[in-house]
Design a binder for this molecule. Structure first.
Ligand code: AMP
Ligand code: ZN
Length: 475
């Protein structure tokens, strides 16, 4: 079976055909670092991680790019409301950069704990202002902009396919949903490329530009950085479904206007929301549950990852403590079964799975190939664990293989009893370093790969490369 993804652009499932054979360029919209990520946001990043892991398992060389938004994101995606970063800094009595640094660090701590492999390229908006200005100049040179009230706007009436992604029609004005009207906009869906007249008195971060001293609109950062790192056309772009009607719609308009190339991105992937009760979790509405709120109650972050795997990324998922308990129990029983299996196998996995176990591994991969169907994939994992006809050493090898995609850190439960003696935080740190070493090897940075192996050896951790991936053991 070929890898298929549901493409929001066109609203159907399509076989993945990358621009370059064997490679996949993937941009996932990253966090706005004005607060802790809530567990809904983290669902988006687990989805990106599953996509990346699946592509890698299928043999694609993936370049995964993620931005960090530290400027320009207003509370309304349509340029309305407060600047999230400025407001957060004022409330905390800190500078915008201090707030951004603090929450960026917190974000990667959370994602590390969730087994999310760090993207290959993480890029901060404030480090790429020149790229954004250069892109806006191209858009302007092609006649897609106008200045009004001190700001530079994108004129959507010049871009006939505007709204294609969302299935929006231009006459469906967004005014009803808007919290405040911007009198300068010729069309309500026009959007700001560059602000010079800030509505915030103490706009902390401003830069010189051809349009005056100011700061970029939110959408332009994703176009500028993805084009910089992945090229003027690339394979996959992802985010939550809330990004379809405005953020991604505007990204497409400005990118295709600048380059004249269509489609800018071939596959648009959107995850559905995580809900608590009837509401979607949202940081600004104050209903945010963080990962720390879960760990404070004694859950392991991987319990939450397991819970997320149990829902398909395109279905709404209802969070509840009972459901999280269910995930914790299932993950515990999964690890118990693995320990039994390990004993039956004499502590050693086969090099590659064969027989029955290989059949489950194949079915598992077909589920993931089918638009990342993680619930079906999990069912295959359980099918294997409950099937007494599967040879234990083969079954262990198959589970190792599956976990390259699931990211549940099961290796520690399988190989050499590491887990009982090792702090889970250390296990995850080692996993993270193994992933970084893999990425370094792939980009032929062998010095870095060796340095990672060397630094772990100094701490008594030995890395061994095997057909099922790199495994580790104590010296
Ligand atoms: P933000 O930091 O607000 O830009 O959001 C980060 C990511 O989380 C985006 O891809 C959003 O679409 C996504 N997101 C926001 N709320 C939820 C939610 N409740 N469930 C799933 N994804 C969400
Ligand atoms: Zn974005």
């Amino acid at each position: 079976m070929a890898f298929s993804l549901y493409n929001t652009l066109g609203r159907k499932t399509e076989v993945f055909q990358p621009l370059t054979d064997g490679k996949a360029g993937f941009y996932g919209c990253g966090p706005t670092v004005y607060n802790y990520a809530h567990i809904g946001n983290l669902r988006a990043y687990v989805t990106h991680d599953l996509l990346t892991r699946t592509l890698r398992r299928l043999g694609y060389e993936v370049t995964h790019v993620m931005n960090i938004t530290d400027v320009g994101h207003l509370s309304g995606d349509d340029d309305s409301g407060d600047d999230k970063m400025v407001k957060s800094a004022a409330e905390r009595g800190k500078s915008v950069l201090e707030v951004a640094d603090f929450y960026t660090r917190a974000f990667f701590e959370d994602t590390g704990k969730l087994g999310i492999i760090r993207p290959d390229i993480v890029c901060k908006a404030t480090d790429h202002i020149e790229d954004m200005i250069a892109l806006v100049r191209r858009i302007e040179a092609k006649g897609y902009t106008y200045s009004a009230g001190g700001n530079l706007y994108f004129d959507i009436s010049r871009f006939p396919s505007y709204g294609e992604l969302a299935g929006l029609r231009l006459d469906e004005s967004r005014t009803q949903a808007r919290t405040e009207a911007d009198e300068n906009k010729r069309n309500p869906q026009d959007f700001v490329l560059w602000f010079t007249r800030s509505k915030f008195e103490n706009q902390a971060l401003v830069w010189d530009s051809p349009w005056g001293r100011g700061y970029p609109g939110w959408h332009i950062e994703c176009s500028a950085m993805s084009i910089k790192y992945l090229g003027e056309q690339f394979d996959i772009h992802a985010g939550g479904i809330d990004h379809i009607p405005i953020h991604h719609t505007n990204e497409i308009a400005q990118s295709e206007a600048a380059t004249g190339k269509r489609p800018w991105v071939r596959y648009w992937i959107h995850n559905e929301f995580l809900l608590t009760g009837r509401d979607k979790i949202s940081k600004s509405a104050g209903t945010a549950l963080t990962l720390k709120a879960l760990t404070d109650r004694g859950y392991d972050p991987l319990d939450y990852r397991y819970f997320l795997l149990g829902g398909h990324y395109r279905s709404q998922l209802q969070f509840s403590w009972e459901a999280l308990d269910g995930a914790r129990n299932a993950r515990k029983s999964l690890r118990d079964r693995l320990r039994t299996l390990r004993e039956k196998a004499g502590g050693k996995a086969a090099d590659t799975p064969a027989g029955k176990a290989a059949e489950y591994a194949g079915a598992f991969l077909r589920a993931m190939e089918d638009d990342i169907s993680s619930p079906r994939a999990l069912a295959e994992l359980w099918g294997l664990l409950k099937d007494s006809a599967a040879d234990p050493a083969d079954a262990l090898a198959a589970v190792l293989d599956m976990d390259r995609v699931l990211g549940l850190n099961l290796k520690a439960d399988i190989i050499e009893r590491n887990e009982e003696q090792t702090d889970p935080a250390l296990v995850r740190e080692i996993e993270q370093l193994i992933a970084e070493r893999g990425a370094a090897k792939k980009s032929r940075d062998f010095a870095k790969a060796d340095a990672i192996r060397g630094s772990l050896k100094e701490r008594g951790i030995i890395l061994e490369d095997s057909p099922a991936g790199t495994v580790w053991r104590r010296e």
